[in-house]
Design a protein around this ligand. Structure first.
Ligand code: FAD
Ligand code: SF4
Length: 400
């Protein structure tokens, strides 16, 4: 900074010390904003203090979602949706590595100078270590999910200090909501946002409990995903795969592992990213792409020739399965493994597929989270639950 320039007022604010109480208290998702002087804006920016998805959709995409259009209602503002996979998947990526490939290409072509992403710590393969990557090698080292709360925005001060003007941020919904709220204060010329869906995240301790209660060999898990075949797929160090049916999860022991932030989140589909890359609206083995605006299309175009694509499709009817899952989760029922396996097989054959599977997952999580907020934060229910989520939840009969 030259002596004539004034610091932004936020630069005078002080980041909170690690481990100190956050403004959102128990609901904090450790998005990282409060680890920087951008804490100055926390009351407005925090996803758990000020729900403002519709306003920020207008800002980012030029319009908010049309609640009378079913795809908009569920998946947010979009101009295109498809299933895709890399012709040559990146080894060790979460799925086929579309996210990492886009980020590398943006650096290679000089479209951005840096990428906010999350590597893991030296000691712990699931320990999140957010970084400002400047090379494709650093981006590739951030591939694969760190299935824990991750303070991605903690590198925002570094971004400002670096003087970078063109930036890509990769992140999940709560991080992206806070980012959009402070975007204008960051002094960037261009910000690209590449999001993933996110649900049921956990603290590192919660993750350990999940691995220990669910996997046959918790220490060797390198990767896991809740997949469209209603099973959790674990990949182990030796390359072997283990699958456990959702319906056989020890719900009674696992009920408390999810972070309170994630139990009160209604932005599963990352409404504010330019481009979203997940899997749940696509056939098994494929990724699900949601292009929200022109900037998202620009990012996807960069790697189009490296992808196989197919249109999205939808099959089955989720509603009865969702309605049945509500009291089952509420009472934390655990069914015997043999019955879980049978249910898994039947549901996979006749159950929801493609976009209907995505709706199944959205409905199950929003109904559960609505009940969680109603019981634990009744004073927040009205303002914290966005209108689109209220509409989705209203389709079901909920217990008191
Ligand atoms: P890769 O090329 O492997 O890149 C993964 C990227 O994710 C990296 O750039 C890394 O920086 C970033 N990342 C990793 N961990 C985190 C984190 N904790 N916070 C922020 N960024 C992170 N998709 C669905 O369709 N349905 C789901 O229910 C779903 N749940 C998810 C839950 C979590 C906690 C996360 C992190 C992702 C979830 N996803 C979900 C997205 C999906 O698992 C893949 O991440 C996505 O499809 C991209 O795969 P890829 O192979 O292209 O990613
Ligand atoms: Fe701060 Fe983010 Fe936690 Fe909200 S979720 S209190 S913005 S660190």
């Amino acid at each position: 900074m030259t002596s004539l320039q004034q610091p932004h007022s936020h630069q005078k604010a002080k980041a909170l010390k690690p481990g100190s109480r956050r403004p959102a208290k128990a609901l904090c998702s450790e998005c990282g904003l409060c680890d920087t002087y951008y804490i100055h804006y926390v009351k407005e920016a925090c996803a758990f203090l000020n729900e403002q998805i519709a306003n920020l959709e207008e800002q980012a995409h030029g319009r908010s979602r049309n609640l009378d259009n079913s795809d908009d209602l569920y998946f947010g503002v979009h101009q295109d949706m498809m299933a895709a996979r890399k012709k040559e998947p990146i080894p060790g990526a979460q799925w086929t590595g579309i996210v990492s490939t886009i980020a590398c290409e943006m650096l290679n072509q000089g479209i951005v100078e840096g990428v906010v992403c999350v590597q893991n710590t030296k000691e712990d393969r699931f320990g999140p270590m957010p970084i400002l990557a400047r090379t494709p090698e650093e981006v590739l080292a951030a591939r694969v999910n760190k299935p824990t709360l991750s303070p991605n925005l903690s590198v925002l001060e570094e971004v400002e200090r670096s003087g970078m003007k063109k930036l890509l941020v990769i992140g999940v919904g709560c991080q992206i909501q806070a980012l959009r709220a402070v975007e204008k204060q960051m002094g960037l010329e261009k910000l690209y946002v590449l999001g993933t869906p996110c649900v049921d995240n956990v603290t590192r301790a919660g993750l350990q409990k999940f691995l220990e209660t669910t996997s046959r060999s918790p220490e060797t898990v390198v990767h896991y995903e809740f997949m469209q075949d209603f099973r959790v797929h674990f990949k182990h160090e030796d390359g072997s795969t283990e699958t456990v049916p959702f319906f056989g999860l020890k719900t009674n022991q696992l009920k408390d592992i999810f972070a309170p932030s994630c139990l009160s989140c209604f932005d599963y589909v990352n409404s504010l990213a330019d481009l979203v890359v997940g899997y749940m609206g696509a056939p098994f083995g494929w990724q699900w792409i949601v292009v929200r605006n022109d900037r998202g299309q620009e990012m996807l175009d960069l790697i189009q020739d490296q992808l196989d694509t197919q249109p999205v499709s939808s099959q089955g009817d989720r509603r009865a399965a969702v309605q049945q899952s509500i009291p089952a989760y509420d009472k934390a029922v655990t069914i015997p493994m043999w019955a879980a396996k049978m249910m898994g097989v039947v549901i996979e054959r006749i159950g929801p597929k493609g976009l209907e599977y995505a709706r199944f997952s959205i409905d199950s999580h929003y109904t559960r989270n609505y009940l969680y907020v109603k019981r634990n934060y009744p004073e927040k229910l009205e303002n914290h639950v966005p209108d689109f989520a209220k509409r989705i939840v209203a389709q079901y009969k909920l217990p008191e």
